[in-house]
Design a binder for this molecule. Structure first.
Ligand SMILES: [Zn+2]
Length: 330
């Protein structure tokens, strides 16, 4: 007599289980439904944590805002820009910009790279504080606030005007001396196009109250153990980036020197509308791109899709952006 093979027994068991489950599901489905549960209209809290050697970095989302498509490049025909972006599935009229700022903990100091947009910029922005708290930190723990540049989306979170107090009460502030001088000058407003006057008014409003607590630098400087300020002039007069170094690993935080995940690398000569020194910004963008590629640096770009982390690769002679994989293990 031929004995029954294990395979046929397994097949029989599988078939039986499937039949049982189908029957059970059918009776359950007809008896009760839970489909009336309310839609849950929120995502995860907006923070993303990782390590650079022994230094902990937390990307904090400050939300998003939109800009007209023309902001992405002003020195090429608009049709060309729209065609390029629509081929990449971007919407034609408005471009979404994420806001990813950084909290650096080197186990001695906590350094926030840009205080964010605060409550008065856009209704879709100003989320940094709640994400800071969700990530396990409090505003009182911030020792230093580094300011990449004084545009509204980066510094209008410095002061809580409702309370009349600094948002980060124990912090000192670090920024490039030319950035401080430009935006706190009495005539800053007159040196900007009329459409950007509110930038100057807002900068004065937020920078003047921190006067006396600022540390200014003019060239590369270590602002905390393993955390280096690097002038990357062009987007603004004193725009600066940050490099974090620990145990042979590096993170380059580019502020707005990198502004678009495709244009920045494929068309570095295209000039975004808000670059205050456009020619200089092109030179800075190209040299930062070469450095990030040559040193295989992890890069944090403030306005790329959250969390804004990736690396620069080179293919067929041209650079391109490779988003970093999401890592659950911190
Ligand atoms: Zn910006």
């Amino acid at each position: 007599m031929v004995s029954e093979s294990p395979f046929s027994r397994r097949e029989a068991l599988t078939a039986l289980t499937a039949t049982t489950l189908t029957t059970a599901f059918a009776s359950t489905h007809s008896a009760t439904s839970h489909a009336e549960a309310a839609l849950q209209r929120s995502q995860l809290p907006g923070f993303y944590r990782f390590r650079v050697g022994e230094i902990e970095v937390t990307v904090l989302s400050d939300g998003v805002f939109t800009v007209p498509t023309r902001f992405s490049a002003e020195n090429i025909p608009e049709d060309q820009l729209r065609g390029y972006l629509s081929a990449l599935y971007y919407k034609p009229d408005n471009q979404v910009r994420h806001m990813n700022f950084a909290l650096i903990n080197n186990s001695k100091e906590v350094v926030l790279i840009d205080p964010g947009a605060g409550p008065d910029f856009r209704s879709t922005a100003g989320k940094l504080l709640s994400n800071l708290k969700a990530s396990g930190y409090s505003p009182e723990q911030i020792d230093k606030v580094f300011i990449t540049h004084a545009h509204p989306d980066h510094i209008w979170g410095l002061i809580d005007f409702f309370e009349g107090t600094p948002t980060f009460p124990n912090a000192t502030y670090v920024l490039h001396e030319d950035e401080w001088a430009f935006w706190t000058a009495d005539d800053a407003k007159t040196r900007l196009p009329k459409s950007l006057e509110s930038f100057a008014v807002g900068a004065v409003r937020h920078l003047k109250p921190i006067a006396g607590r600022q540390t200014l630098f003019s060239k590369e400087a270590e602002i905390a153990n393993g955390v280096f300020a690097v002038p990357t002039i062009g987007h603004t007069i004193g725009h600066s980036s940050v490099v974090v170094r620990s145990k042979g690993e590096q993170l380059l935080i580019t502020g707005d020197a990198f502004y678009h995940p495709y244009i920045t690398f494929e068309h570095p000569d295209w000039q975004p509308l808000l670059d205050m020194l456009p020619e200089k910004a092109v030179v800075t963008r190209k040299s930062l791109t070469q450095m990030a590629f040559a040193d295989r640096q992890l890069v944090l770009a403030f306005h790329f899709a959250f969390p804004g982390l990736g690396r620069v690769a080179k293919r067929n002679g041209s650079y391109h952006w490779v988003p970093a994989n999401w890592e659950w293990d911190t």
